[in-house]
Write a protein that binds this ligand. Structure first.
Ligand SMILES: Nc1nc2c(c(=O)[nH]1)N[C@H]1C(S)=C(S)[C@@H](COP(=O)(O)O)O[C@H]1N2
Ligand SMILES: [Mo]
Length: 329
């Protein structure tokens, strides 16, 4: 997300240059690992949060596989998924989360559930998540800044968690909050956003079979920079809806405030559905750059068309059939 008022060209320079730097770094690391002994890489790996993930056991395959997405949507390399991030609690640079999120303590982790439901309370991570079977789902991911990825998430359908909480008839929306702790999240020492980071979904969106509470990726525990230990994934919406490091889930009767809508309401609406026909006020949303995807002769990642609802039209379009999507953006 961009909070200044930059020129149009900033999207290109801020998004693409760092990525090519990461690509070069990755090649350097590959070369290093090919030539040096494992022992020499040991200390580097331990100090690097991207390598900290333990393997998650008993993960079920689902119909959302890499194969079902096909040739044009190959999973984005792990290194890209975990080194080019938005997580403003750790800084606004795409490389900040990986460098700084090691200070986030994710064990133990408690999630408060409150509002209009029968089973409110403080849930330990395991009581909230691990009572359900973990699933792998390979989803497209489209950031509002016009880059995209394909990520093999591991998680639990949000619908399963919600059903256990027993929402009452007054529960029309679900809202989410990220941890607030400036000691663990140094970016919170700056008022870049109003902390906590907040997001929300309408109840039918929260219950949609696509909506996932993710606890890992590539078969491993969630790296801190990607929102450990638990983050939302709504693949038909822009990336900023996918709130990270969640500590509170509330059932509300009114549409909840959301961080980016509070900060720039003209630019970021509540719905934030991926829509190539509705441009951001400062840039087009018609195309995107796939991280790790094919490059042009200048070494820049090629643009590709953005799909309506990020390619999930069949699963989600019915929820918005009577809505003017240019008005409810
Ligand atoms: N708490 C929190 N959640 C957040 C953000 C953030 O800054 N803070 N950034 C959002 C944005 S803008 C994007 S694009 C995605 C990025 O997810 P990724 O880094 O795992 O790719 O996280 C979203 N969730
Ligand atoms: Mo984003």
């Amino acid at each position: 997300m961009l909070i200044r008022t930059p020129r149009k060209s900033d999207v290109l320079s801020s998004e693409i240059t760092p990525h090519s730097v990461f690509l070069r770094r990755r090649e350097f690391l590959r070369a290093a690992s090919a030539t040096s002994a494992t022992a020499a890489l040991g200390p580097f790996m331990l100090s690097d949060p991207a390598f900290a993930g333990a393997k998650l056991p008993n993960v079920k395959k689902t119909k959302w596989t890499a194969e079902s997405l096909g040739e044009n949507d190959k999973p984005t390399p792990y290194e890209d998924v975990t080194s080019y991030n938005n997580f403003y609690e750790f800084g606004t640079g795409k490389g900040d989360p990986k460098r700084k999120a090691g200070s986030l303590k994710t064990k133990p982790w408690t999630v408060v559930v409150d509002g209009h439901c029968e089973n409110p309370g403080r849930y330990d991570f395991d009581d909230l998540i691990k009572v359900h079977a973990l699933e792998e789902r390979v989803y497209r991911f489209r950031c509002v800044e016009a880059w995209s990825m394909v990520i093999p998430w591991v998680g639990v359908p949000l619908a399963d968690i919600i059903k256990r909480m027993g929402p009452t008839a007054d529960a029309k929306y679900v809202s989410f909050e990220t941890l607030v702790d400036p000691e663990q999240m140094p970016g919170q020492k700056f008022a870049i956003l109003k902390w906590p980071y907040r997001e929300g979904l309408r109840m039918d969106e929260a219950m949609n079979p696509l909506t996932l509470m993710a606890v890992g990726l590539y078969g491993e525990e969630m790296p801190n920079q990607n929102g450990a230990p638990i983050r939302l994934v709504t693949p038909w919406k822009y990336g900023f809806k996918s709130i990270k490091s969640i500590v509170r889930i509330s059932f509300t009767d009114k549409q909840p405030p959301t961080s980016w809508n509070l900060s720039a309401p003209r630019e970021y609406g509540f719905y934030s559905n991926v829509n190539p026909l509705v441009n951001h006020p400062r840039w087009s949303q018609a195309k995107e750059r796939r991280l790790g995807g094919p490059t042009n002769v200048f070494g820049f990642v090629q643009k590709r068309p953005t799909l309506m609802f990020n390619g999930y039209e069949e699963e989600v379009a019915a929820m918005y059939k009577d809505m003017d999507l240019a008005r409810y953006y």
